[in-house]
Write a protein that binds this ligand. Structure first.
Ligand code: SF4
Length: 417
C-alpha cells in the first residue's frame, strides 16, 4: 500500500481539515515518516507572507530530502499560491478546500492536477478533536463574511456557511453518551453560525444544553456584533462556561476603522461591563503594530485596555499579508515597537487575570485532563488553568475546588478524599 504523510501548517481549523482528509483515505496507509512516504500532502496556511514562505521552504526541502514523493498542496495556500506553485512545477497536484473529502480518488491521478474546486462547499464530515476523554472541540461552521483589512481568510475560505444543526446535535449526543461533558464550538467565524440556515448560535446552544450528559458549553470566539439579546439571555444558564472570548482586535476607534472592523470602543466597553457584571471572565484578540498605530493611537488604546474588564488576551503582532488592504497601508510600525506594545499589553492583562483569580478562589469547577506524578491540570469555568495535586487518579474527572492557592503564575490546589 502506498504511504501518505500529512504536513499541517497554521490554525486549529487546518488541523481539523487534515483530520477530514485522513478519515477519507481508504486505499493508502498513513505514515509519520516524511522521508519515505509516497505522497506528501501539505495542508498549507497563507495567513501572512511569513506563512507562505514557511510552506514554500518546506516544499523545497522535501524535494531534496524525498525526491520520489509526490507533493500535493492543500489548504488555504492552494487558493492563494496554488496556481504559481503548480505552474512552476513545485507541486504534483493542487487541491482546494472543497476537494478534501475526495482525497482517496484524487491521489490516484497519474498526471499532474490542479483541482481547486469552489469556496461554497461545506464538508459532510463534522470533525471533533478530543482533549482526554471528556472535552471535545466541534467545528460547526466554515468561512467568514467580514472583510477585516488585514485578513486574507474570506478570500481563501469563502463566505460563512454552517453545518446542519441535526448533524451537529447528533454528533454531540453520541459523544455525550460516551462520557464527554464539555463541548467547545469552533469554526472560522463561529458566531456567524446559523445565518444561512435561518437559525442562530443561541438556538443551537440551547438545544445542545438539553442533551443528556452535556455539562459545559464553550464558544471558541465571538465577534462583538454577534452578541444579541437572545445570546445575552443564555448567560445566566449554569451550563455556560463562565468565560467568553470576544474578538475586539483593537480599542482605538481610528484603528478599528482602518482595520475595517464592525465594532467600536464605546459599545464594546458597555458590553464587556454588562457581561462581567454577570460573573464572567472575558478574553479577547488584539493586534498590535498594524499600520497607522502611531504613538498617539497606541497610548489611547492602552489606556482604554485598562478600562476593560479583561482577564485573558491573545495578542498578535501585525504581520503583512499581500493582497489585503492593510498590506499597502502606511505608516508601517517597526517590529521592535510592536514587540514592546505586545509586551505592555500582555503584562496588563496578566495583572488583571491575577486580580480576577484572587477574587475567585472557591466553587471552581475544574475538568481535569491527564495527570503526571499525582499532578493533574485542567481549566475552571473561567478558563483559568488549575493544577491539582491528588493521590487518586483524577484523569478526565470533574472536581469542585474550594480552596486554591493563587500565585502570579497560576492556580494550585490539593484534592484528597
Ligand atoms: S472576522 Fe475578520 S479577522 Fe476574522 S476571519 Fe473574518 S475577516 Fe478575518
Amino acid at each position: 500500500m502506498q504511504k501518505v504523510y500529512f504536513k499541517t501548517f497554521g490554525c486549529r481549523t487546518n488541523q481539523f481539515d487534515t483530520q477530514v482528509m485522513m478519515s477519507k483515505l481508504k486505499d493508502y496507509e498513513l505514515t509519520d515518516d516524511e522521508l519515505h512516504s509516497d505522497f506528501i500532502v501539505v495542508n498549507s496556511c497563507t495567513v501572512t507572507n511569513g506563512a507562505d514562505s514557511s510552506v514554500r521552504n518546506y516544499i523545497s526541502s522535501m524535494h531534496r530530502k524525498n525526491p520520489n514523493a509526490k507533493v500535493i498542496l492543500a489548504g488555504c495556500g492552494s487558493h492563494s499560491k496554488g496556481e504559481s506553485l503548480f505552474e512552476d512545477k513545485k507541486v504534483f497536484g493542487v487541491m482546494g478546500h472543497s476537494e478534501k473529502e475526495n482525497i482517496n480518488t484524487i491521489l490516484k491521478h497519474k498526471e499532474a492536477f490542479y483541482q481547486i474546486g469552489d469556496l461554497e462547499h461545506i464538508d459532510t464530515t463534522i470533525v471533533e478533536e478530543f482533549v482526554g476523554k471528556s472535552r471535545a472541540f466541534i467545528k460547526i461552521q466554515e468561512g467568514c463574511d467580514f472583510a477585516c483589512s488585514y485578513c486574507i481568510i474570506p478570500q481563501v475560505r469563502g463566505a460563512a456557511r454552517s453545518h446542519k444543526e441535526e448533524t451537529i446535535l447528533e454528533q454531540i449526543s453520541k459523544l455525550a453518551s460516551n462520557g464527554f461533558g464539555e463541548f467547545i464550538l469552533t469554526g472560522t467565524n463561529v458566531g456567524s453560525y446559523g445565518k444561512d440556515h435561518n437559525t442562530s448560535m443561541a438556538k443551537l446552544i440551547k438545544k445542545m444544553s438539553q442533551i443528556r450528559g452535556v455539562r459545559r458549553i464553550r464558544i471558541g470566539s465571538l465577534e462583538p456584533i454577534q452578541i444579541d439579546d437572545e445570546f445575552m439571555e443564555l448567560l445566566k444558564e449554569p451550563w455556560m462556561a463562565k468565560q467568553l472570548h470576544i474578538a475586539l482586535q483593537h480599542t482605538s476607534d481610528k484603528m478599528l476603522q482602518i482595520m475595517n472592523r464592525r465594532n467600536d470602543f464605546k459599545s464594546d466597553l458597555e458590553m464587556f461591563q454588562t457581561i462581567a457584571s454577570k460573573g464572567y471572565a472575558l478574553g479577547t484578540d488584539f493586534i498590535v503594530g498594524h499600520p497607522g498605530e502611531d504613538d498617539k493611537e497606541w497610548s489611547k488604546a492602552i489606556s482604554r485596555v485598562k478600562e476593560l474588564p479583561l482577564t485573558h488576551v491573545h495578542a498578535f503582532s501585525y504581520s503583512k499579508r499581500d493582497n489585503t488592504a492593510s498590506s499597502t497601508m502606511k505608516p508601517e510600525i517597526r517590529g521592535n515597537i510592536a514587540k514592546d506594545r505586545h509586551r505592555e499589553l500582555t503584562k496588563i492583562i496578566q495583572a488583571k487575570n491575577y486580580v480576577f483569580r484572587r477574587e475567585h478562589t472557591s466553587n471552581l469547577e475544574v475538568l481535569l485532563e491527564k495527570g503526571k506524578s499525582g499532578i493533574y491540570s485542567g481549566f475552571d469555568q473561567y478558563f483559568n488553568k488549575v493544577e491539582v495535586l491528588s493521590d487518586e487518579d483524577l484523569s478526565s474527572n470533574w472536581v469542585t475546588i474550594n480552596d486554591v492557592e493563587v500565585s502570579d503564575v497560576g492556580n494550585k490546589a490539593k484534592f484528597f478524599t
